[in-house]
Design a binder for this molecule. Structure first.
Ligand code: IVH
Length: 687
């Protein structure tokens, strides 16, 4: 393929992928299968590797992240990002309408109502249709430059569809959010890993946008709705038209907006969405009312803090009072104890609530809860309602102080609490039923050993009949252990359980899938072991460095924290795990059964890892390979690209037109500066 042909194909592929991507995010329509989509991406990636000079910043292959940002630059907003004034009552809405009417001196006007998305505000700057910069709101005047992270959000177009009325430069604003589904899945995963649960999608979004590693951001599946367009030359006359334009350019907008002719219609809209908003995939906490005509917005202008042409109406958080019948305790896979409030059933935001999370002992103490209290329950952003307070005025006089359990509710072992931690743990790892069951469930899941034909009921049956005690016992199971095995099925609806027995076919299936699981790769086995804080991603990172479980098990704490992205918490947890004699025994048995405890060298990636462990900063313009091409080469050879110069840096690859301050900093810190040729020689590719 000639260079010209390659460029043409790359352009076409980008356009195609962007088209399917926008269709998916704007209309929830998939015209091609995920597989076909991935194939298109792969073709593009291959071409970009062959012709790195055509690897553009706006290519959809650039969304996977990988750049590390040590600290985000603060930048000044071109137009200050103001906030909205809030109201909570219909009366205040009428007052707002009166002010608008007065300000517009008898002109007729209409409103555009939108939902108030509960996420994190973002400002995007486009030049010639290409995303240049993404900035957080910050204090309204200055925000953080989070472009590298924003690029990973697939509903933020890197390159816009061209539209005749598109100005050369403009700003777009909107709200980055995490859908509740993604949030719940993330928390479910954290629970499996024994990590602290995240409070709500909004805080998680905000934390995610400030992460240093953009590849982690890419995995978090953030989303974004845009609701504001501003350019020097006015290309639209109303807010409604601005939204249409945003949509045409390829942005995601929420179709929940509505044009209203009067404040009465606004109130109808507000009421319509009060409950309907819970059916949306994201959290919303109110509505935003905007004067539609942009000239009229100008006439009304701003106060020091907020526009006079818009206002937010916030829904009251849904809350109810009910009686606390009791507090029970749940034991997780890692032995973590979670107290749960057992409530007299109460209707809240459309569903009946019987239980609410109490987090930990400190929370119960903070609330000063007593069994028999009347408590307030709220449904905020989270699906699981929470107890927010006690109705002290209605407290019956004879309630006893609540005493937190000292022993495990499942196995009776004395609980312990680590210094500085709020959560109690049951230390009886080997004998506490929910822990044993939880560990096996974790081990068999698809992302680990993929023995999903073995459901939780069968596992419980095997445990009840003493056929297994831990995950290694699975590999000693024979057909006869399974065929005819009786197990119990509990139902949510009915009390008690029914007994079933395992049929011949299921027994065979299970034996087969256990056998097949022996070929699951090392990193999935490592994840399956359920070591605290070692999730799927951490496992992948670890096996990149330790190709054999023996090496990992023998690595000291000091060595472990040297591994990129492995912090003190993970290192400590790994040491704790591998120092335990029962775990040592378990691993020995797993090796004996033929599980993969080494990296399959034949499947190793393209490069030869000559840059393993080395870090690089790329700066300036290059002759032979593009900046992105250089980055790719470094990554393929096992090196890492950093975004800023620090004393830890190994090499600065300096091109033409590199800024003098960078050079100065590198010299000061004694960082080795190399040219493009030096670098290509280093990896043996200077031809
Ligand atoms: S318009 C000058 N529209 O609410 C007015 N804001 O309190 C610019 N927000 O910082 C804001 N949904 O983060 C607007 N449909 C919507 C919104 C919205 C959520 C947030 C935004 C803003 C805050 C203002």
């Amino acid at each position: 393929m000639t260079r010209e042909e390659a460029k043409k194909t790359i352009d076409e592929l980008i356009e195609k992928i962007d088209h399917y991507n926008a269709l998916y995010y704007q209309e929830s329509v998939s015209e091609i299968s995920d597989y076909e989509f991935d194939q298109l991406l792969k073709s593009l990636e291959d071409l970009e590797t062959k012709f790195p000079e055509f690897k553009y910043d706006y290519s959809p292959t650039q969304r996977v992240g990988g750049t590390i940002t040590k600290s985000f630059d603060t930048v000044t907003h071109k137009n200050a990002m103001l906030s909205l004034s809030n109201t909570y009552s219909e009366e205040e809405l009428f007052d707002f309408d009166k002010r608008v009417e007065k300000g517009l001196e008898g002109q007729s006007y209409e409103y555009l109502c939108e939902l108030k998305f509960d996420g994190v505000a973002i400002s995007l700057w486009y030049e010639n249709g290409v995303l240049q910069r993404a900035v957080t709101r910050g204090d309204g005047t200055r925000g953080d430059d989070i472009t590298t992270n924003a690029r990973t959000i697939r509903s933020i177009p890197l390159k816009l569809r061209s539209v005749s009325s598109m100005p050369n430069e403009f700003e777009v604003r909107g709200e980055v959010f995490m859908s509740r589904k993604v949030f719940d899945a993330l928390n479910a995963e954290r629970e499996l890993k024994g990590e602290a649960l995240l409070a709500n999608p909004r805080n998680t979004t905000s934390g995610t946008l400030k992460m240093q590693d953009s590849s982690v951001v890419a995995n978090r599946k953030l989303d974004c709705f845009l609701y504001y367009f501003q350019s020097d030359d006015r290309v639209v006359s109303t807010h409604e038209k601005a939204i249409h334009l945003l949509e045409k350019l390829g942005f995601s907008i929420s179709k929940t907006y509505k044009k209203c002719q009067s404040i009465h219609e606004v109130i109808e809209y507000m009421k319509e969405w009060e409950l309907k908003r819970f059916d949306l995939p994201l959290d919303t906490d109110g509505i935003v009312i905007k004067v539609n005509e942009l000239n009229q917005q100008d006439q009304l202008g701003f106060t020091a803090k907020s526009p006079r042409w818009a206002i937010a109406y916030k829904y009251k958080t849904q809350s109810a009072t009910t009686r606390l019948r009791g507090i029970t305790f749940q034991v997780g896979r890692t032995g973590a104890i979670t107290p749960v409030a057992e409530l007299e059933p109460v209707l809240l935001a459309g569903t009946t609530v019987k239980r609410a999370s109490l987090h930990n002992a400190n929370e119960i103490e903070r609330l000063e809860l007593k069994i028999g209290d009347y408590v307030f329950v709220e449904k905020g952003g989270e699906i699981i309602p929470k107890v927010t307070g006690v109705d002290l005025e209605n407290r019956p006089y004879d309630l006893e102080d609540f005493v937190y359990t000292e022993v495990c509710p499942e196995c009776g072992t004395k609980l312990f609490r680590k210094e500085g931690e709020a959560v109690h743990y049951c230390p009886n790892e080997a004998g506490c039923p929910p822990q044993v069951l939880g560990r096996i469930e974790h081990f068999i899941q698809r992302k680990a050993m993929n023995i999903e034909s073995l459901g939780p009921e069968t596992i419980r049956g095997l445990l009840d009949h003493g056929k297994i005690k831990d995950v290694a016992d699975l590999y000693a199971l024979k057909y006869d252990d399974l065929n005819g095995l009786e197990f119990k099925i509990y139902s949510d609806k009915k009390e008690g359980y029914s007994v079933r027995s395992l049929r011949d076919k299921s027994a065979r299936n299970i034996i087969n899938s256990i056998e097949n699981s022996k070929s699951q790769p090392f990193d999935q086995l490592l994840f399956g072991l359920g070591i605290r804080y070692v999730g799927a991603t951490v496992s992948e990172k670890l096996v990149e460095y330790y190709k054999d479980i023996h090496d990992l098990a023998n690595a000291s704490y000091e060595e472990l924290i040297e591994v990129p992205e492995i912090g003190e918490r993970i290192a400590e947890s790994l040491r704790l795990y591998f120092d335990d004699k029962n775990n040592k025994e378990l691993i020995k048995r797993l090796i004996g059964f033929g599980l993969k405890t080494k990296v399959d060298e034949t499947k190793e990636k393209k490069g030869n890892n000559v840059l393993e462990g080395k870090t690089f900063v790329i700066s300036g313009v290059f002759e032979k390979v593009s900046r992105d091409g250089l980055k790719e080469l470094i990554k393929n050879q096992g090196g890492k690209v950093l975004s800023s110069i620090s004393s830890k840096l190994d090499f600065l690859v300096a091109g033409d037109k590199m800024g003098p301050s960078k050079m100065e900093k590198a010299q000061k810190l004694n960082i080795q500066t190399i040219s493009e040729d030096d670098f290509l020689n280093m990896i043996g590719k200077n031809d």
